[in-house]
Write a protein that binds this ligand. Sequence first.
Ligand code: TXD
Length: 312
Amino acid sequence: MRRAKITIIGAGNVGATAAHWVASKDLGDVVLVDVVQGVPQGKCLDLTETAPLEDIDVTLVGTNDYAETANSDVIIVTAGLARKPGMSRDDLLLRNAEVVSEVVRSSTQHSPDAFVIVVTNPLDAMCHVALKASGFPSHRVVGMAGLLDSSRFRAFIGMELKVSVEDIVAFVMGGHGDQMVPLPRLSSVGGIPLTTLLAPERIEALVQRTRMAGGEIVALLKTGSAYYSPSASAVRMAAAYINDRRRVIPCSALLSGQYGIDGLYIGVPILLGGKGVEQIFEIELNQDELAAMQRSADAVGELVEVLNKHGY
Ligand code: TXD
């Protein structure tokens, strides 16, 4: 059987760590691409030299040439600038649109059947850029954000209740940014509603921390943004596709009327399997939650308008 081939574009913190997760999970062969000469090659060589220690057989190739990515099953897009302290995700918009457009066009030419996972910020807007640059159907272009945001929410609930994160389901929808929509009402611990386990003000504090979790790490690191959990989330999504896991997870997907939103990428629960986005779940939201989704969609819509004006 042919091994899965996973192209990761951007050999920075998220991209290189994603390569590490792919290798450590033996998920498939990796091609790591960057504009910077030597860095993807050096990082892949270093990872290759861990293979004897970790007892893994994956091949890792670092390159600056998209020809090497040909016939990839999955393309993970992390190329771009990371947020600096004080910089909003939206400041990155046009700079990263240029990068994402270029790298998606170059990579999808060589892998016309690939599943594209966008990681670069501002996330939901970059999904639009990737969709257009690839010309792919929308079920093969998704964004990674909700899985990370819900993992952060789960981690914070676990820390608060001192219980295993394994038993925690935390629900986060909406755009990736300050407008995300964590839903405590649909979150639970071992099947017990979160709202019966914690006081409303504690839940609100955890929700706020989840909203600001990316910024919390930027403020601590000072020279970059989070990368362990973002890369792990992207690789989980790649695994769901490659192994046809049919997982139900939040991802940024193109909506066509669900939640009253049409033609915008936004975080929603999807069924992620071997065909990509196989279903978008439209769950019942109360009025406040729907309004929060709409605010989130408006924020994404504004960015998409700017992108459209600039030809992306
Ligand atoms: O939840 C999420 N979606 C995110 C998104 C969570 C964390 C990080 N998120 C975003 O991912 C972040 O805001 C950035 O937009 C990307 C990548 O973050 P990372 O921390 O990996 O940034 P780095 O370390 O600066 O790496 C970016 C790499 C770097 O090696 C550049 O040389 C490369 O991208 N780069 C390119 N590669 C190929 N082609 C082009 N044109 C290019 N431009 C830059």
